[in-house]
Ligand binder design. Structure first.
Ligand code: 5GP
Length: 195
């Protein structure tokens, strides 16, 4: 069975980690495949089932928890469950890819705990909580209430940063891209082989 490596990018919502994940996915030589998470929230405009997330009903999500189909899952916000299906990681490994995750800090650390040697866990830090709030407002995808909820959660998430293998501060996007690229490249080149 082919087992590739696992690259986790975790961060408070609005830190820019999705942009960094997309950047890494475009670097073909890294041979990364995106782990499509399951989520129980409604799709946002433009989001596609099976591309951005596997959108499940709350009921479907809970059934899969019971059936032990998740590698990790988390109730990230109330009634908004997110998780990595075991079949998803296997699908990417079967395709000869290393897996990259865009997940919250608890899920990221869970992956690291499950596969300590195979995982590089990177924490993407926003320059400040104020900046995070500005970014979330600019994104215009969430209501004021939801933004406040995400900002409140960010403070607790920031406290977990030291548990990650590396911390990248995203105050200058181009610099952050280069930093994550170097970290991932080095990890893929130097640790045990992908097969
Ligand atoms: P959003 O609703 O903005 O797409 O995601 C909300 C949060 O859930 C983000 O921090 C995102 O990284 C996290 N998330 C997405 N997929 C997963 C997953 O599979 N597991 C966990 N634990 N968190 C996830």
């Amino acid at each position: 069975m082919h087992q590739g490596k696992l690259i986790v990018l975790s961060a408070p919502s609005g830190s820019g980690k999705t942009t960094l994940v997309r950047y890494l996915l475009n670097c073909e030589e890294l041979n990364l495949g995106f782990s499509i998470s399951a989520a129980s929230r409604e799709p946002r405009a433009g989001e596609i089932h099976g591309t951005d997330y596997y959108f499940l009903s709350l009921r479907e999500f809970k059934d899969k928890i019971k059936a032990d189909e998740f590698l990790e899952w988390e109730e990230v916000y109330r009634d908004n469950f997110y998780g990595t299906l075991k079949t998803e990681v296997q699908r990417l490994w079967d395709n000869g890819k290393h897996v990259i995750f865009d997940i919250d800090v608890v899920g990221g650390l869970d992956i690291k705990r499950i596969y300590p040697e195979r995982t590089l866990a990177i924490f993407v830090k926003p320059p400040s909580i104020d900046e995070l709030k500005i970014r979330l407002k600019k994104r215009k995808t969430e209501s004021e209430d939801k933004i406040n909820m995400r900002v409140a959660k960010a403070s607790t998430e920031l406290a977990t940063a030291p548990q990650f293998d590396a911390i990248v501060t995203n105050d200058d996007l181009e610099k952050a891209k280069q930093e994550v690229y170097q970290l991932v490249k080095k990890f893929l080149d130097t640790s045990s082989s992908a097969t």
